[in-house]
Write a new protein. Sequence first.
Length: 148
Amino acid sequence: MRKTDLSGASCPIARSLGEIGDWWSLLIVRDALAGMTRFGEFQRSLGCAKNILSVRLAKLVEHGVLATAPASDGSAYRGYRLTEKGMALRVPLVALRQWGEDNLFGADEEWLGLVDKRDGLPVARLDMRAQDGRLLEPDDVEVRGFTG
C-alpha cells in the first residue's frame, strides 16, 4: 500500500502524522526522550528488524526530528540525538501516554508511568486551556483557518 503524501494538507494533525505518524517513529522518539542514542539500544528496546529501524531513523533525521553526532564514548559509531523539533514531541507523547493509561489498562494491570524525577510523583494530567487559563472541554473549541 502506497503512503499518501500529507505534506500539503491544511490540517496540522494530518501533516504531523505524515511526517512522524508511524508507530515505529513515535517509539524511537519515546526511547530518545528516555536517553537512548545508539542504533543497538533502539533495536533492543523496540525489537524491530534492522532494515525497518534504519529507514525510520533516516526519515527522522531527514525531517529534522533527530540529528546524528559522533558517539559520546569516542568510538567510531554515530549516535542519534533529538533536535529541538524532536524534543517538542514530548508533550504530544505524554498526552498519548495519559490517554493510554486512562483507556487501555484494566484496574488490575500495571503500567509504566511518568514521574517527576525530583519528587517521584506522577506527572500532572495534561489538559486543554483557553488563553485566559479556563479549562476547555471538547465542545468549547472549533477548527478555524489561520495563516502562518
